[in-house]
Design a protein around this ligand. Structure first.
Ligand SMILES: [Zn+2]
Length: 268
């Protein structure tokens, strides 16, 4: 039996009053006709509440395809749940005009705490010039940037992340999926750069990975996410709760790191 107080609370009740969850990588809305259960805003919030999620940060699926419509939709949805649901403004480097306009709108969207990049989907390298306006903008305001990262990708591998992290020390980067498939390289990037955090979506399911991250990078550099409404938060939280780490590490990953990163960027 796991002697962790946090684990026991989750096993008993499905949540832990003493250790809420902050989810740093969620989405919203339909995606390419894929069936996702409990996908409406109301259902997503209900799922989050049941699992003890204090706050979550989403980027709209629609925004990954159409920034203008999708970011506006995400702003509207998150404002309905202000204080619990926050947003990332998606920046697509293939549309610089619309991208600049979306950046300028961020000031008027008080639930937005940062930017979301998906270089693999947008088929444009994270290190490319077209990302510069967004990175400059994020640096000036010390925003969070959640970027998709994937091992050996031509667009967003750990080496791409290392380059922008070096160029933009004022930006706090969350490495979505922790460089899945090239974990060791991504762990080194996070260990070597104060401004790079590892985000757990999908990576949590790799046996022993949470333990290795804690050992090599430190629990203070890991944040939780599970691509809601794609994946079940119970599975993701369970991977952290049942990992062979101590409760201080569990609390840092599930709650404290996300809370600390959001605190100075929260406007409502
Ligand atoms: Zn995602």
């Amino acid at each position: 039996m796991n002697s962790s107080k946090i684990a026991q609370a989750f096993l008993r009740t499905g949540r832990c009053e003493d250790c809420p969850v902050v989810d740093m990588h969620a989405h919203y809305g339909p995606f390419r006709g894929i069936y996702m259960p409990r996908h409406t805003a109301e259902q997503m919030m209900a799922t989050a509440e049941r699992c003890g999620v204090e706050a979550m940060v989403s980027s709209g699926h629609l925004a990954l395809v159409d920034m203008v419509l999708g970011n506006a939709e995400m702003a509207e949805v998150t404002e309905r749940y202000a204080g619990h649901w926050y947003g990332y403004s998606v920046f697509n480097p293939n549309y610089p005009g619309e991208g600049a306009r979306e950046l300028s709108l961020l000031e008027d969207r008080p639930t937005f705490v940062g930017l979301k990049f998906h270089p693999s989907m947008h088929e444009y390298p994270l290190t490319g010039e077209a990302y510069a306006p967004a990175l400059d903008f994020a640096a000036e305001r010390e925003l969070l940037v959640l970027t998709h990262t994937w091992g050996h990708s031509s667009y967003d591998s750990p080496s791409h992340l290392a380059e922008v992290a070096r160029r933009y020390p004022e930006v706090t980067f969350l490495a979505g999926h922790a460089g899945y498939g090239e974990f060791d390289a991504c762990f080194r990037v996070a260990a070597e750069h104060d401004n790079v955090y590892l985000e757990l979506t999908a990576a949590y399911a790799v046996g022993g990975l949470v333990e290795e991250m804690v050992e090599t990078v430190g629990a203070h550099k890991i944040v939780l996410g599970y691509d809601l409404p794609w994946f079940d938060p119970y599975y993701a939280v369970g991977c952290v709760v049942m990992a062979h780490v101590d409760d201080a590490a569990r609390r840092a990953i599930l709650y404290e790191n996300g809370r600390r990163l959001l605190a100075p960027r929260r406007r409502i």
